[in-house]
Design a protein around this ligand. Sequence first.
Ligand SMILES: Nc1nc2c(ncn2[C@@H]2O[C@H](COP(=O)(O)OP(=O)(O)O)[C@@H](O)[C@H]2O)c(=O)[nH]1
Ligand SMILES: [Mg+2]
Length: 360
Amino acid sequence: MSSTLTVVVPCYNERANIAPMVAALQAALVGVAWEVVFVDDNSPDGTADAARAIARQDTRVRCIRRVGRRGLSSAVIEGALSSSADYVAVIDGDMQHDETRLPLMLNALQGGAQLAIGSRHVAGGDNAGLASPFRARLSDVGIGLAKKLTGAEVNDPMSGFFMLRRDLFEALAARLNGQGFKILLDLVLASPAPLRIVEIPYKFRPRAAGESKLDALVMLQFAGLLIDKILRGAVPLRFISFALVGAFGVVINIAVLEAARSVGVSFGVAQTIGTFVAMIANFELNNQLTYRTQRLKGKKIWRGLLLFMLVCSLGAVANIGIANALYAQNASSVLAGAAGAAVGVVWNYAVSATLVWRAR
Ligand SMILES: Nc1nc2c(ncn2[C@@H]2O[C@H](COP(=O)(O)OP(=O)(O)O)[C@@H](O)[C@H]2O)c(=O)[nH]1
Ligand SMILES: [Mg+2]
């Protein structure tokens, strides 16, 4: 007999949370034919051993142990693709999500919804379990960006807690980006037609054991996911124009730097002036050339210029960060610099295309 519901639990160093998770599912899913798949990336704390010890006693429990791999999204994808059930749910392995919502999600799907999302941002849900005000802020910014850049009609597109029909997941699987943390957003964006989505409120709990794995790399992968989605279908000519303007900006930057230095301005100040002049020139050129079809005029120019400079500053941070990271891993300085610059220009282009020169 196959199960009705497969619960996929990505886990990394969650040993202490495995047994409580199985017990919680058992209590929440009375009357449902369920199974749970823990997808562990060979955690050093022995998470897989803990799962297998339970699996030996309980055939509803399975464990996929991946070696030489890391990544929440790809773990979820492989867990879901190992299912033969009618429905697949995804829930974090750290007890932060409220498993008692699972039957409600299942009801919603059986009533015709295609995707049920556990949401912290609809009435009755909350985000109190985020570890710090910084994380709450970060989460809000991420949600805002995701909504703005993608137009996804979901209040909590960053939720890691959701359920959908397995056949839908299988249909979308090949179109998934699979990088980083945000598998739900990835799924919503992969669907060629808008999905019938129901959001079910839940209260995000604080972590009871273990620690969070969200770090700078995860955030970078999130940026990559957004960029990937935006670039799909974008006009390449426009990107080329943007990149050429950027290259011209580098020339302006160096020219101003040298000119200021020749009249005795210190390097740091001269470079700062050069950078600002280059950004303003680039904004003007892009406004005249790259985005002439939606040129900003009048008062909108000032807002646009400010946003553009902000976006480019973030691009510069990503550029320097990536170049440093590659250089530290023994890449040649030219390769590291080029990779950093490439990421910077793609970021600047993708984000300014949507935020600064948004097509009406
Ligand atoms: N298999 C796998 N699971 C992961 C990985 N990174 C995070 N997880 C799991 O994904 C869930 C959410 O991660 P968590 O660190 O709690 O993120 P946060 O709640 O946003 O701080 C937890 O169950 C983690 O153990 C990974 O690289 N591989
Ligand atoms: Mg967590």
